[in-house]
Design a protein around this ligand. Structure first.
Ligand SMILES: Nc1ncnc2c1ncn2[C@@H]1O[C@H](COP(=O)(O)OP(=O)(O)O)[C@@H](O)[C@H]1O
Ligand SMILES: [Mg+2]
Length: 261
């Protein structure tokens, strides 16, 4: 199989997968995926259920580390450093790379406590400075105006869309360089989805965003680059507009025109 073409020059790579393969026991979840995530902007991962999208995100954040039966080959580089290098500890990696999941999962604590949890844990701020960190993160997540007068209320008192923006704020509070989102709006209504798409648009200038979505319109709306995965392999990656208007691979064309998946 020939390597998919990719325009982004390797010098611009913020995250780079290099022949990255993952097995869960006998399941070959990813097969030699090579992908450059350029610095800044939004990269979307699309493909049918089970094709390995979540495994790509989890690999970048080393979330599957230590799982029984896991076997990996290849490399993942963050700023040209191998994330499995002995010099990188997973906790600091996860500070630099935030993650947001499909189901919003706020802690059973107040709105404020959710946002200051990471900075406190990582020693990024203490005392009064924590309040400023929380405000900045909530503003960046487009949630501040809605919660500024109720920061002490339980996170669970928020609507579903607000809870997901709170999870984004919680990730942003650590000042990550990279934000990974795994189908972040698939449980939300169209209005809440639109708010999140808009905030991703605003964030992309200073955070590198990778979003998994099986909503092709969403990928087309929010991303600069799109990668199409099928059966654990990267079929094609390109500028989003080009991938959706003139895909190079017939399997990509079949998928984006709704013939499977
Ligand atoms: N923790 C795990 N243990 C065993 N198999 C897994 C695990 N996570 C994912 N898989 C398998 O790896 C493949 C890719 O899964 P996933 O990355 O979740 O796909 P997607 O997010 O595209 O739906 C699937 O066959 C899935 O069943
Ligand atoms: Mg998934």
């Amino acid at each position: 199989m020939t390597a998919p073409l990719q325009d982004a020059s390797l010098a611009d790579a913020h995250v780079r997968l290099d022949a990255w393969s993952v097995w869960f026991a006998s399941t070959h979840a990813l097969d030699a995926v090579s992908l450059v995530v350029p610095r800044g902007g939004v990269t979307a991962l699309i493909g049918p259920s089970g094709c390995g999208k979540s495994t790509v995100l989890r690999s970048i954040n080393r979330l599957d580390d230590g799982q029984a039966g896991l076997r990996v080959t290849g490399r993942i580089l963050l700023d040209n450093v191998d994330i499995h290098d002995a010099s990188i500890d997973p906790a600091s990696l996860r500070r630099r790379i935030g993650m947001v999941f499909q189901r919003s999962n706020p802690f059973r604590r107040s709105i404020l406590e959710n946002v200051v949890y990471g900075p406190r844990l990582h020693g990024l701020a203490t005392g009064d400075a924590l309040a400023a960190v929380a405000e900045r993160a909530l503003r960046r997540a487009a949630l501040w105006e809605e919660v500024k007068d109720r920061l002490g209320e339980p996170a669970t008192s928020l609507s579903g869309g607000q809870q997901q923006r709170l999870c984004i704020a919680r990730a942003l509070a650590n000042e990550p360089d990279v934000l990974l989102l795994d189908e972040p709006t698939s449980a939300l209504d169209p209005g809440a989805t639109q708010r999140i798409e808009e905030l991703l648009y605003d964030l992309r200038t200073d955070v590198t965003i990778v979003i998994v979505t099986h909503n092709l319109q969403q990928a087309a709306r929010v991303s600069d680059h799109t990668a199409f995965l099928l059966d654990g392999r990267l079929v094609e990656v390109d500028a989003t507009r080009r991938l959706f208007t003139s895909p190079r691979d017939p399997r990509t064309e079949a998928y984006i025109t709704g013939r499977f998946g």
